[in-house]
Ligand binder design. Structure first.
Ligand code: SAH
Length: 218
């Protein structure tokens, strides 16, 4: 068992070598990534690899994303602090925790019950009280709590789900990988410019597990 201080120093070097060195600049995102104990969100036998530069399996055929990808997506959300964010694909709960360091409220949706339950427990024990986890199909969003200042999707979609676009506040943005099911996707940021206008930007190639659901893959 590693001591907390050893994880802390690995976390600091992850921030420097994997994030700052690759161009992540937002002080809010860097501070959040330097704060969340990623070792608590990976399976017990894998804590030693918590700060590796890659994804790790978390059970149910799913993964906790590479730290750089979590930071890139949080950065793309362009949060200033105090926002209400919808996180689709809770997985381990790690990305929700990182976003919760910046936003004031995070609604996080996961379709696999065992992952949703485990993530909810980890988030509570790590003190992230502002995250609410629900088990369900995130392609339909979370209508009761719309509009969201930001929506982040951690699984690859065949197309941008209309339900998610329409749950954005004006000025808010949706960060989502869109493209092929089994190879690469493009990381898109869709900003709601007005009630009916959206602007799309492409952040480059990424590789995610498929987004399964009514407005995702079947
Ligand atoms: N953000 C996670 C990474 C999760 S991987 C983390 O930090 O650990 C993507 C997750 O999306 C998987 O757990 C998968 O089960 C989930 N998922 C796939 N389709 C979904 C859907 N329609 N609604 C909610 N979750 C979904």
């Amino acid at each position: 068992m590693k001591k907390g201080s050893e994880f802390e120093s690995r976390r600091a070097s992850m921030v420097a070598c994997q994030l700052v060195a690759r161009g992540i600049q937002s002080p809010l995102v860097l501070e959040a990534m330097g704060r969340v104990a990623r070792e608590k969100f990976v399976p017990k036998g894998m804590q030693d690899r918590a700060y590796d530069d890659g994804p790790l399996p978390i059970g149910a055929g799913q993964t906790i994303s590479q730290p750089y990808i979590v930071a890139l997506m949080a950065d793309a959300l362009d949060l200033r602090g105090g926002e209400k964010v919808l996180d689709i694909g809770t997985g381990s709960g790690y990305a929700a925790a990182v976003i919760a360091c910046i936003a004031s409220k995070v609604f996080s949706m996961e379709r696999v019950p065992e992952l949703a339950e485990r993530a909810a427990r980890t988030l509570v024990s790590e003190g992230f009280d502002s995250v609410v986890v629900r088990c369900g199909d995130g392609t339909l969003g979370w209508p009761e709590h719309q509009p969201f200042d930001g929506i982040v999707v951690a699984a690859g979609a065949p197309a941008v789900p209309e339900a998610l676009k329409h749950q954005l506040a004006v000025g808010g943005c949706l960060v989502i990988p869109v493209g092929s099911r089994h190879s690469v996707q493009s990381l898109l940021r869709i900003t709601r410019v007005s009630g009916s206008e959206f602007r799309t930007e492409n952040f480059g190639a990424v590789r995610f597990v498929p987004l399964l659901g009514e407005q995702g893959w079947s």
